[in-house]
Design a protein around this ligand. Sequence first.
Ligand code: PLP
Length: 427
Amino acid sequence: MSKSSQLFTQAQAIIPGGVNSPVRAFNGVGGSPLFIQRAEGARIYDVDGNAYIDYVGSWGPMILGHNHPAIKSAVLAAVENGLSFGAPTEIEVIMAQKVQAMVPSMEQIRMVSSGTEATMSAIRLARGYTNRDKILKFEGCYHGHADSLLVKAGSGALTLGQPSSPGIPADFAKHTLTATFNDLASVEALFSEYPEEISCIIVEPVAGNMNCIPPQDGFLQGLRAICDKYNAVLIFDEVMTGFRVATGCAQAHYQVKPDLTTLGKVIGGGMPVGAFGGKLAIMQHIAPTGPVYQAGTLSGNPIAMAAGLAALNEIDKPEVAAQLSASTKQLAEGLKAAAARQNIPLAINYVGGMFGFFFTDQAEITGFEGVFKCDAERFKQFFHLMLAEGVYLAPSAFEAGFLSTAHSSADIEATIVAAERCFAKLA
Ligand code: PLP
């Protein structure tokens, strides 16, 4: 029995399902999860000494690859000064200035400790600012696990077949309206029904929690126009897309300016960080300036800020976005060609440093319905075949894949060659 399997048995006795976040349990693909000992560059190493080319990247933050030297040394230097003060620090100011410089729509920024906190706080702020209760989200989009956002959600909620969760009072969920991603008519219909009750639209500008679904031309622009028409707040949840789709996030790539933006894991460089920010007039409603309460003992933690700032300083170099896009294209086009050679119907979406592939003969996947028509069984087989080849993919057909600048052209080529062997076995 492998050490991973032994640890999983022990873990299940003491941690629900053996994991501290559900998708890690491999429920979406079957089998038992790998326990990871360390990671470096494009590779993770399990406790049994196996190496894998990693396309999960800690679910997104590892844009520069694992254990990047600049981030590691920034963390080690910060540790020398103490771990947490619960009082303002200079690095919080420098970090906020850095985020603002890279994402100009974020005129003011508040740090939090996770993506869930960022979206939950942004929603509260939008409600407080507009004095309206309802929010509008999209089916299959995931914005963390706050009560009002765990309705028809993607990611782990989809993998477990629980689009929403017991424990959320119907009285809360009734304020969450869900529309169809890439379908402006579904959004307009809800606003026509509740013209003065919807506080905000929250959207992943590239949906990354129902696999990878880019916005169709005009979709994000249309959301902007609808929010302007009905005086609602437009929130881009860039927890996944932030600094990965483009240096200035998806909002720069698609040239649409949201009122509020939420950021997460990426700005911690691997440490627990999130942030929300946006228009000054809205952000002024947050305590202590305004009446909308929001707080966090460890918010702006100095070690996390040091890691995040070091990460952003690197990510801001122009070659990073160019390399991420080129590598993602190499992988996506290579997989597509390999699948075609083996007569395996495969669709691929990619943008910036994120991608998703679908076992389907549909020409294009543009939304939730299309994702569900894909062959999930085939994905499970492929996942395990690739794992045996030393390639670590997200253990669910509903998650996007991520590249880093540490993935070399040779790593990507090796992945494509391995994938072709796996496609041949599926055929
Ligand atoms: N928003 C999006 C788009 C996400 O992908 C996630 C997590 O994957 C979250 C919010 C929640 O972030 P966290 O897991 O840090 O709470």
